[in-house]
Design a binder for this molecule. Structure first.
Ligand SMILES: Nc1ncnc2c1ncn2[C@@H]1O[C@H](COP(=O)(O)OP(=O)(O)OP(=O)(O)O)[C@@H](O)[C@H]1O
Length: 281
């Protein structure tokens, strides 16, 4: 493990602070998606798929271009309102919440096109992930109250420890805009993890990465899930990544669920073989 940098504005994490990022997430509820339908004009984007993510499971969502993966992802993260159906997270009806409300119940997401602030340092970008769970703290920070300074020190220590555990501490003080794409993808993941999510939603995290980076990312996601116990929804075209880290895989096509199961079962399904191997197997 690398040494966490220290500077006047950055607190070296104490042993107790450093324990925070490894702390398991408690009370992770199941996500249930139930017969979701959504049309865009004449296009049926989602035609009633249902599936669940059990607490602590990694679920891969796959399917050909236009299958409805992103639309479903956006319904769960509340960027889209489905025409009908239900989505629940434990006792919470997600469809009654806004996108901010979804973050408040412990759902964090990454974006296909990285949404970091290029002129801010990596550690400050990661810290922005904390603000969605400490909105009140944000107000105190603006007012400069002492409790907020303690809180900010703790958050900063947590951000450094998170970067350290993801082998990113050495770039913590670099402006994000200076870094290669593969590193930024990992920084974006760190920012989502600063929310201490119960469900982490990853939108094509392997897109644009070289093979070694994909394997490293897959290993990181799995290790963090094992350590903390959050659930993961992974929308991804990179089959090797999906099949290697998912507990279950859900396959969509034309807005409908084709099949779901463990990776080995799904990989043997005729429509999956047809779609991904061109019927060669
Ligand atoms: N905002 C939109 N307006 C109109 N049609 C849309 C919109 N978003 C998606 N669609 C259509 O809905 C269908 C499902 O698209 P979606 O992007 O969810 O598929 P996808 O499985 O994520 O595809 P890809 O793998 O290419 O990202 C497609 O026919 C798409 O053209």
């Amino acid at each position: 493990m690398t040494t966490v940098p220290s500077a006047s504005d950055d607190t070296v994490p104490s042993a107790s602070d450093r324990a925070v990022p490894g702390a398991s997430v408690t009370g992770v509820p199941a996500l249930h998606v139930d017969e979701i339908r959504l049309r865009f004009g004449g296009v049926v984007a989602l035609d009633g798929p249902s599936f669940s993510i059990e607490p602590g499971h990694i679920v891969g969502l796959i399917g050909p271009n236009g299958a409805g993966k992103t639309t479903l992802f956006n319904c769960i993260s509340r960027l889209y309102q489905p025409d009908s159906g239900r989505i629940t997270f434990g006792d919470t009806d997600l469809l009654s919440l806004t996108a901010d409300g979804v973050a408040d119940v412990g759902i964090a997401r990454t974006f296909q096109n990285i949404g970091l602030f290029p002129t801010m340092t990596v550690v400050d970008n990661v810290l922005t992930g904390a603000y969605s769970r400490t909105r009140a703290g944000f107000v105190r920070t603006a007012l400069g109250l002492p409790s907020s300074r303690t809180e900010e020190r703790r958050e900063r220590a947590e951000a450094w420890a998170l970067l350290d555990s993801m082998n990113l501490a050495h770039v913590g003080r670099e402006p994000a805009g200076n870094l290669p794409y593969g590193t930024l993808k990992r920084v974006e993941l760190a920012r989502a993890l600063m929310q201490r999510p119960k469900l982490l939603m990853l939108d094509e995290p392997a897109n644009g990465l070289i093979h070694e980076e994909v394997l490293e990312l897959a290993e990181t996601v799995r290790a963090l899930r094992d350590e903390r116990g959050f659930s993961v929804l992974l929308v991804e075209h990179h089959m090797a990544m999906v099949m290697s880290i998912s507990d279950r895989v859900v396959v969509l096509n034309f807005g409908q669920k084709v099949t779901e199961g463990e990776p080995s079962e799904v990989a043997a399904h005729p429509e999956v073989v047809e779609a991904y191997l061109g019927g060669a197997a």
